[in-house]
Design a protein around this ligand. Sequence first.
Ligand code: UT7
Length: 352
Amino acid sequence: MPSTYIKGIGFYVPENVVTNKDLERYMDTTDEWIQERTGIQERRYNTKYKETTSTIGAKAAQKALDDAGMKAEEIDFIIFATLSPDYYFPGCGVLVQRHLGINNKEVGALDVRNQCSGFIYALTVGDALIKTGMYKNILLVAAETHSMGLDYSTRGRNVTVIFGDGAGAVVLSATDEPSRGILANALHANGEFAEELAMINPGSHGGVHAADPSVFGYEPSEYGQTFISPKMMKDEMFFPNMNGPLVFKNAVVKFPEVIQEVLSKAGLTKSDIDLLVCHQANLRISQFVQKTMGLKDEQVWNNIQRYGNTTAASIPIALAEAYQAGKVKRGDLICLAAFGSGFTWGASLIRW
Ligand code: UT7
């Protein structure tokens, strides 16, 4: 059975830098609060109406292809992870295929909707497809455009200050070297908390809460259920919402648990880790995980200070940055881990 390794990696973030001070102009927040609670100093926003999730994803994809020394035509399959796609449907996979000019190649394109853990879920699917021998070279893109869908009033400040736009990509390839590549993956979910970090509208629920029908209670339109009702628009019910403290409490438990799980699967221990790259949710969460795992500063890579939380894109952006900084070398043991909306969480262990 072949192994799966990362043959190429790249990232792209928009040029437009938005500082905490910039956000102070729109909502009741402070640079001090944001830095103290999240570690974030600034984030990037797409150039409106010029950059989209698929276009920035394509830029990261091209960098990953260049790093792999490959042409887009050599890709057998595309996986795209995002919670902020260009369109409700179709997904961004087919759009990135078109941007790369390989829409005539008729390769498959799969979209993964697993939010903060989207990259780990997509990586695990890609790994399985390569290990079964179905594909040899898979392009995995993760990108987000949060800036178009945030509540810039004080009501949305706990969510809005955290998120940023960006894209990361990897080329996954088959290798016959058994000790190289992805050694173990673990994926988990607990739908009990689905609405605790969610963008509920628009959706096919038509006003009915999946777990508690009494909760949403919109007026149904005279034509029956609609994705978007006038009441939703009037009351601005289309923004993401988050129970931050609940997410935080679960994240600091699940991150170390799932990291330990992949280490055990591979017969390794935390002292074997050369670099841990966590989903960049909040610097305080990453620091908590580092402390729990007993890792030194040089064994972790954080960049949330500069890019904010880019959801599915945060791990490949951080990994690509660490790689470009010379922190990821052949033979190193790299651990990737994520937790977020769903709740979903997971980890991957890679021998680079
Ligand atoms: O990647 C997806 C996964 N997401 C996460 O992992 C996020 C996990 N959660 C968090 O990172 C934190 O919960 C937040 C950063 C979102 C919030 O920090 P917190 O320390 O948990 O604050 P809180 O929500 O408990 O709010 C504390 C206070 C509240 O005011 P009162 O009620 O004490 O008067 C909030 O209204 O801070 C207020 N607050 C803010 N103040 C200034 C919330 N957001 C802001 C803000 N600026 N942006």
